[in-house]
Write a protein that binds this ligand. Structure first.
Ligand code: AMP
Length: 349
């Protein structure tokens, strides 16, 4: 096997392409935006929409295996590609992670606890569901939400629901019960073609304005909670017949109980620390998994904190570079817009 196709050309695709190159694989990126972060370091780019049939055929013809760097790849595109080439992770993982209701039903079916939820298709259903949760909950779009976009929090019964359904676009929604968590963690896990499973240590995540700010490792959780996170990730990987790296986010309650929030069928922002603090990064682990190479056991040699560089944070890079323990990674984006992930830094401790 020589060439890997990557659908999506952002920073995750870029870091996958870099890891692939280190193991002597070539990469071709499918992405509508020319000169995207991934294409800058890949061997080629097909500039086309993710569901462009001819472009998908071209990608399949040029590659031995196809993967993706974001979960909103059309399921139909992944299924079509899978007829001629292996596509990892499997299309089923996209189907589950693209819809928050399907995702929660799937997780519950694996014996994994989530927030209680109601599927919402109208303002009347919203008001009914809110009454069931005593007026407190988090309203989200079922599809296409990320970094806290497409969400509304109801904090107490005085929070008026009027107009909320339309305000989120009149699209199918989910109302989740509010989880009074003590901390948020995530785990990055991988499953190989031969069924081997390996997990990295859980990271503790802090979000700002809905965007990941820092991931710290080790997380301040007890061993039983860490074991539960590994076991939940393993159950998900098995149930999906998964191949590749997955990111799974959890809320941790004060007694250590885990409530799963969401799964991402791809390398994950909260796993960027692995490139600085582990022998093998999540990116290399994914490349190993989808090409049938042996997986790393996820061994970590250092504690660390990863911080995203968002928008103007990029101006602080010279100061980060002057610090002895900092590992800086920039994404090749020319314009620093507010809220845009420009790079990240991981410092070892
Ligand atoms: P998400 O888009 O689901 O990752 O949500 C973004 C952030 O909103 C999470 O990382 C939490 O900090 C918060 N959040 C989401 N859902 C809930 C919930 N059901 N209860 C409490 N906080 C939540």
């Amino acid at each position: 096997m020589r060439t890997i196709g990557i659908i999506g050309g952002g920073q995750l695709g870029r870091m996958l392409a870099m890891a692939a190159a280190r193991l002597n694989f070539r990469t071709i990126v499918l992405e509508p935006q020319a000169d995207c972060p991934a294409a800058q370091v890949a061997n080629g780019q097909i500039v086309a929409a993710y569901d462009d049939e001819r472009a998908l055929e071209e990608l399949a013809a040029a590659c031995d295996v196809v993967t993706y760097e974001f979960e909103n790849v059309p399921v139909s595109a992944a299924e079509r590609l899978a007829r001629s080439r292996p596509v990892y992770p499997p299309a089923k993982a996209l189907e589950v992670s693209q819809d928050r209701v399907v995702e929660k039903q799937f997780l519950n079916g694996c014996g994994i606890e989530t927030a209680r939820f109601h599927a919402i298709g109208s303002q009347a259903e919203l008001e009914h569901a809110l009454a069931d949760f005593s007026g407190i909950g988090v309203l989200k779009t079922r599809r296409l939400g990320y970094d806290g976009k497409g969400q509304r929090v109801f904090r107490d019964e005085s929070d008026k629901a009027a107009g909320a359904f339309d305000a989120l676009g009149g699209v199918p929604l989910i109302l989740e019960g509010f989880v009074a968590f003590e901390r948020e963690i995530s785990i990055i896990a991988a499953r190989g073609i031969d069924g081997t499973i390996a997990c990295f240590d859980p990271a503790e995540n802090i979000h700002r304005q809905g965007i990941l700010h820092t991931s710290s490792v080790p997380a301040l959780i007890n061993e039983a909670t860490a074991v539960a996170a590994r076991s939940a990730a393993g159950a998900v990987l098995e149930a999906l017949g998964y191949v590749g790296v997955i990111g799974m986010e959890f809320f941790v309650l004060a007694d250590g109980t885990l409530i799963a929030n969401e799964i991402a069928p791809r390398v994950h922002n909260s796993g960027h620390w692995t490139e600085a603090a582990c022998v093998v990064s999540q990116f290399e682990q994914h490349i190993r998994a989808i090409t049938g190479l042996p997986l790393s056991n996820g061994a970590r040699h250092s504690g660390c904190v990863m911080q995203n560089l968002i928008g103007d944070d990029i101006n602080g890079v010279p100061a980060w570079l002057a610090k002895p323990n900092a590992f800086v990674h920039l994404y090749g984006k020319s314009e620093a817009r507010p809220g845009r992930k420009m790079g990240h830094v991981t410092w070892l401790r």
